[in-house]
Design a protein around this ligand. Structure first.
Ligand code: NAP
Length: 283
């Protein structure tokens, strides 16, 4: 299979973003985003730093707010509301997962929809369902962009999405539907998964189980998007697809690392800048 590398998209996109940031600065607007991290695992903290480095490269101000592990839902909601009200802040993210004692849904709903860089506010998910998306969950959008980069004509194709989370599987299935694919969404209760995946022209996998997808599950010539991010005991990352087992096949496959993940990060900034440029949701 041919590797669908993120960098073929991220490199030109970053150059474009730098120019758009400069153009906004020329109009007296300094793009600014805020990331909240309630003290948690190292992976979330590391990811927040990756975004900070990219922000710096692009000329975006990045406020990283680390809150203590005992922060309550009310305290986090209050901190978000202060940033909603700050007209110098254009985008807000909250690193997930949050500690168990915090009500995740309340937190997501506290973010002003027009500043909702994760695209998980019910209003943004509603716009996506309606087919008029505003802020889109970035991982799902990254998967779509990589499918497009393969050159496949999505319309009329059999697309299979494994995983039905609000952050990945559900929004991705809507994006594919909006591109006129025939979409099947699979999950842990799906029966005879292999028969379904074998018919997929486009196979997107977001389960969180290393090497779950084997060669016999994949159609010859398929575009396979591996969204899984799994860390072994040595901190080495791998996806949900057995990359080596699929090597002899025709088609396209996103590597992990180097596929969906880095594009996701860059798309956050694309959505931030786009939101400023267009004021996507009228207040
Ligand atoms: P999640 O909320 O845990 O959802 C996992 C989904 O996989 C669920 O819908 C589950 O089905 C399904 N599933 C689990 N085992 C299955 C099986 N044996 N057969 C079929 N379906 C199965 O996870 P998520 O947040 O969507 O994340 C999925 C993966 O993507 C993780 O590895 C995560 O780290 C990665 N991820 C990557 C990025 C990125 O930017 N690269 C971003 C987000 C997530 P049920 O609904 O029936 O339980």
């Amino acid at each position: 299979m041919q590797a669908l590398q993120a960098k073929t998209i991220t490199e030109p996109l970053k150059a474009d973003l730098s120019q758009r940031v400069q153009a906004l600065k020329g109009q007296g607007i300094q793009p600014r985003m805020v990331t909240f991290l309630v003290e948690s695992d190292d992976a979330s903290a590391a990811y927040a730093k990756v975004k900070g480095r990219l922000a710096e490269k692009l000329g975006v101000t990045y406020d990283f707010i680390s809150l203590k592990a005992s922060t309550s839902t009310e305290e986090l909601v209050q901190a978000i509301k202060e940033k909603n009200a700050d007209s110098n802040v254009h985008g807000i993210m909250v690193e997930m997962p949050l500690p168990k004692h915090i009500n995740e849904q309340e937190v997501i709903e506290a973010i002003a929809p027009e500043k909702d860089l994760d695209g998980l506010h019910p209003l943004n998910l509603g716009y996506l369902l309606k087919g008029t998306p505003k802020m889109i969950p970035n991982t799902a959008l990254s998967a779509l962009r990589l499918i497009e980069a393969s050159g496949i004509d999505i319309a009329g194709k059999q697309a299979v999405v494994i995983g039905r989370s609000n952050i990945v599987g559900k929004p991705l299935s809507q994006l594919l539907l909006s591109r006129h694919a025939t979409v099947t969404v699979c999950h842990s209760k799906t029966q005879d998964l292999t028969a379904i995946t074998q018919a997929a022209d486009i196979l997107c996998v977001a389960i969180g189980k290393p090497h779950f997808i084997q060669a016999d599950m994949v159609k010859e010539g398929a575009v396979v998007i591996d969204i899984g991010t799994n860390y072994d005991e040595n901190g080495k990352v791998s996806g949900d697809v057995d990359f080596e087992a699929l090597e002899g096949k025709e088609g396209w496959l996103t590597p992990v690392p180097g596929g969906v993940g880095p594009l996701t990060t860059t798309l956050i900034f694309d959505q931030l800048i786009h939101a400023i440029e267009t004021s996507v949701i009228d207040e």
